[in-house]
Design a binder for this molecule. Structure first.
Ligand code: BG6
Length: 470
């Protein structure tokens, strides 16, 4: 065994927690906010929608005070594009922008580093109606929107994330939801959208470096290591196929500025390759992130394709539940790992492995911008929430980060999902992740009171001891 001794967390390590705008804010149409694609979704019967969410827009100051009590050194949140520019590419809504100015100021006043995600699934609806990411105009709109934020918040925000989980939006669009009456886009359109996002991201990274030479910016991808189901060489190839297509193909373009060779052949062979304008290649090549952000929840286990429909699992997939693709890979069960109540594989060691891979592939600092366990937490009669399973989950992952630090990986921050309970992307409110319980249910809002869970007090001590007391 090598490096079984955990390294200490460095001084200045960004102990944080994450949320995203549409999952936490509510006030979906207040103060001039325009609708976004997620506001137009239909929700499964009985599940929460995003109109009120956790009411953070109305309770921001007191929420941040709780984050300060938790001891957060940093807080990762996203900005709702359509709050700042209601139609995506027109006038700036100063009231919307002011909310984020106040949020950043409040965080800074508490000594909490703001980490800003520019775009987390919530494309302005007006842009979607013009073709969304299929329309190259959205590239320009995104660059302009990012520039508005760099100018407005750049004096206080040092860390920026471009696009949250582009790979989830492209590979699992159903998990993010599809507006009513619309079919999921076909694969060719999705890869064209993806190309436009990559070009937009490259331009935004460049713009950030020009405007804010001291700032750091990077992509945030859902990164899931794939294990071969057996030592059969064909299983190893299949695991490599899917890990490359699902994860590295997105990060390779962001970091190396060019398409991954295997991924490009996959697209070309299937007639899925995006149309690229001559200037795109130069723009991709000209940009480089300062760090790589990963959202890590689980690993998956992969076997060789049988080459027919039996490769495709007879169940609903999502960002962590793999479906299979004939000719590419087939999902398998992992007998060595447990699962969350929602069927996501729990694999702390897989985080260490994933961190090693990101480090050796890109040689950049790594920020873990999401990691956590969704569970139906309950408020006990005595007013407490005992989420011991969340403490176990996070402790085991933090231990693996310490091992990765000993391996030589430069991990600069850890942001469990989520700082406070939020609405899940597609599984309602009962699937909770937060350190802070919000007293509401799927459709009953109750008083939306905030109640620190047991994990809150545990994480408080982890942060206060810089990871010594787990
Ligand atoms: C990540 C997303 O994929 O997973 C978050 O970036 C999301 O937005 C998180 O909430 C947990 O997933 P879910 O589907 O349980 O909300």
């Amino acid at each position: 065994m090598i490096y079984q001794t955990q390294a200490a967390f460095p001084d200045g390590f960004l102990w944080g927690a994450s949320t995203s705008a549409y999952q936490v804010e509510g006030s979906w149409d207040s103060d001039g906010k325009g609708p976004s694609v997620v506001d137009m979704l239909t929700h499964p019967a009985g599940k929460a929608d995003f109109t009120v969410a956790s009411d953070h827009y109305q309770r921001m100051e007191s929420d941040v005070a709780l984050f300060a009590q938790l001891g957060l050194k940093a807080y990762r949140f996203s900005i709702a594009w359509s709050r700042v520019i209601p139609d995506g590419d027109g006038n700036v809504n100063q009231e919307g922008l002011n909310f984020y100015r106040r949020l950043v100021d409040t965080l800074c006043a508490h000594g909490i580093e703001p980490i800003v995600t520019l775009y987390h699934f919530d494309l302005p609806w007006a842009l979607e109606q013009k073709g969304g990411w299929l329309n190259r105009h959205t590239i320009d709109a995104f660059v302009r929107y990012a520039d508005v934020l760099f100018l407005a918040l750049g004096n206080k925000v040092r860390f920026w994330l471009t696009i949250n989980e582009q790979n989830t939006m492209i590979l699992h669009p159903g998990a993010i939801g599809t507006p009513p009456g619309r079919e999921l886009p076909d694969k060719k359109s999705l890869y064209q959208q993806s190309h436009h996002m990559l070009v937009a991201q490259a331009q935004v990274m460049q713009r950030c470096h020009q405007r804010l030479p001291e700032a750091k910016i990077g992509p945030a991808i859902n990164t899931t290591s794939m294990y071969a189901a057996t030592c059969r060489p064909e299983d190893a190839i299949a695991a490599h196929n899917w890990e490359t297509l699902r994860c590295w193909s997105f990060l390779d373009v962001a970091v190396h500025g060019r398409y991954n060779a295997l991924a490009l052949r996959y697209l070309q062979d299937r007639g899925l390759a995006p149309q690229m304008l001559p200037q795109d290649t130069a723009q991709l090549a000209a940009a480089r992130p300062d760090f790589v952000a990963i959202n890590y929840y689980s690993t998956a286990t992969i076997a060789a394709s049988r080459g027919d429909a039996s490769d495709v699992a007879p169940r609903a997939g999502d960002q962590q539940i793999m479906l299979g693709e004939p000719g590419v890979y087939r999902p398998e069960e992992n007998p060595y790992t447990a699962k969350t109540p929602y069927g996501w594989v729990i694999d702390p060691v897989g985080l260490r492995l994933t961190l090693r891979k990101v480090c050796e592939r890109y040689g950049l600092p790594v920020m873990i911008t999401e990691n956590g366990i969704g569970a139906p937490d309950t408020l006990a009669a005595d007013g407490t929430v005992d989420d011991g399973y969340r403490i176990d989950f996070l402790r085991q992952h933090i231990e693996q980060i310490q091992l990765a630090l000993a391996d030589g990986v430069e991990v600069i921050g850890y942001f469990p999902w989520s700082a406070i309970d939020v609405v899940s992307t597609h599984q309602g409110y009962a699937k909770r992740y937060g350190f802070i319980y919000v007293n509401r249910h799927e459709q009953t809002l109750n008083d939306l009171r905030r109640i620190p869970k047991r994990s809150f007090y545990w994480y408080q001590q982890v942060i206060a001891s810089n990871g010594h007391q787990l």
